[in-house]
Design a binder for this molecule. Structure first.
Ligand code: PDD
Length: 274
């Protein structure tokens, strides 16, 4: 069943537990992770936890230094939910205090949900994306709750019938609104290098390892929207989209409009490791 957690209590997902003066919904003052659990086994959970602590550090937010206890509360939610294939959402905010921009002196708030995941049906035949200006701030490596530019761009894509918006900053592709972006050219995978302008995706890390296993060059360099359109293959990755082939960018078909061999090989290997 769908189950939630707020500051030590296991609650029904629709129960009202968060007070008005909570910095998550007043300021978006917090960080989050989405972790997928396959057959009861969390996928790359330690990497997700590392990133959560790094995001928290970057905004001067102190998560429980007892990482094992924190991890155990996540695993307890998973276990209590009775679900075996699920997405675990974890959010940590600067806590509950009368609204004031300055940091409060109070404990952080932790909220979590455990929900069954749905396989996105586009996965095998491929999906379409639009290009959209990257209107986010300078610190996109922080997995912050502030997702307004991301949701606005994703909504534009959705209303046009596309799956995702691929963001473009200074003439170069950064990433998707909730995914990392890749092109394949001459049998090499090319993806935007890690910087403050993109999130260091956990699935990106997995793809890098799989590329090494498959002996496919994994090149971290910037690329332009034009290079994307003339690429041999395009794909995006995230915890929830896994590896999703892209067969159309705006109104341009990529290659022959079907998922290419490199994307297919990666997807096949990915299936093995999950
Ligand atoms: N988003 N880039 C952005 C901006 C993201 O929000 C995400 C993930 C990724 C991919 O990261 P990972 O492979 O670790 O999931 C890249 C999650 C799934 C979300 O916001 O729902």
């Amino acid at each position: 069943m769908i189950l939630a957690y707020f500051n030590g209590e296991f609650v029904e997902p629709n129960e009202s537990v968060v007070p008005i003066d909570e910095r998550g919904h007043q300021f978006g003052d917090g960080v989050y992770e989405v972790i997928r659990i396959y057959d009861g086994k969390p996928f790359m959970m330690d990497e997700h936890l590392d990133r959560l602590y790094q995001s928290a550090d970057a905004i001067k937010l102190r998560i429980d230094p007892n990482r094992e206890a924190f991890k155990n509360s996540m695993l307890e939610l998973v276990q209590r939910s009775g679900l075996t294939n699920l997405d675990l959402y974890v959010q940590v905010t600067r806590g509950m205090a009368p609204r004031n921009h300055l940091f409060p002196e109070c404990p952080v708030s932790v909220s979590m949900t455990a929900k069954p995941f749905q396989i996105i049906p586009v996965g095998d035949k491929g999906a379409s994306v639009i290009l959209h200006p990257d209107e986010r701030w300078a610190n996109c490596y922080i997995k912050s709750l502030n997702l307004l530019p991301n949701i606005l761009a994703k909504q534009v894509a959705y209303e046009k019938g596309y799956l995702e918006a691929i963001l473009v900053r200074d003439g170069k592709v950064t990433e998707g609104t909730s995914s990392n972006a890749y092109i394949v050219k001459d049998s090499s995978i090319i993806t935007t290098p890690l910087s403050k302008h993109i999130l260091s995706g956990i699935t990106r890390m997995a793809v890098k390892n799989l590329a090494e296993l498959l002996r496919i060059p994994f090149v971290e360099k910037q690329f332009t929207p034009d290079e994307m359109i003339i690429a041999d293959e395009v794909f995006i990755t995230s915890t929830t989209l896994e590896i999703t082939p892209i067969i159309r960018v705006d109104d341009k078909q990529i290659n022959d409009g079907t998922p290419g061999p490199v994307t297919k090989a990666l997807k096949e290997q990915f299936k093995q490791i999950i």
